[in-house]
Design a protein around this ligand. Sequence first.
Ligand code: MG
Length: 269
Amino acid sequence: MTQTLANTDTAAEAKSPTYERTPTELMPALGDCALLLDIDGTLLDMAPTPREVWVPPELATALGRLLQLTNGALALVSGRSINDIDLIFAPMQFPAVGGHGAEMRLTPDNESVASHAPPLDKELKRRLAAIAKLSPGILLEDKGYSLALHYRLAPHAEKAIYDAVSAIRADLPNAPIEVLPGKFVCEIKHAGFTKATGVIELMTHAPFTGRRPVFLGDDVTDESVFAIMPGMKGLAFSVGRHALGVDGHFSDPDEVRAWLVKLVAGVKS
Ligand SMILES: [Mg+2]
């Protein structure tokens, strides 16, 4: 068995449900909605390493137009830092919730604001970083607000990684940290903020406030946002895996990109 923990975490995974209406049919007018989009595995195909992701030109064009058509109410919502997001989409910049809610930027050219957490403790980072030595192919990514151990290139090391993280946590029972399992990644971050807390705060600011949020995400960490959409009169769409309680589903990032291009063109299907 080389299945990932993320994939075996089926608590919030639905079995291929059918939806009465398509995302296109459900969508409010662009002038009334806030488009909130996860990046990796939602807009972009997963790559062997986080640095190797690629932004197709038609996606960049569509996002730029959607930012205009929503009067600025489009935000990228990611575990990546906003600095990292800007490198990926350069030269374009977008409003964003970065670092799983640790930082936020309301307009494309503003400074990032609302940092809710200091960077992870250095000693803790040092101990977590040593886990990367368990096997060749484990990639360590220091995101500042969090630390990620990627094992897409070493899937056999999954259990050893989570065991080692558990041992460190047992050693530091009072450390305010939490572990986020993802797709071939084990991420450790400060407790107390999530993508959901970031989205809730974002939606209190212009131009997002008063609009219906529409969130697309693919991973375990996106479930906190799926869960708050009904209370915000929003829509939640999962990508790839079928998450419970969402309003619809896209099979992969390719389908998401095609849908966004259609939204720009105003084509109903
Ligand atoms: Mg994702």
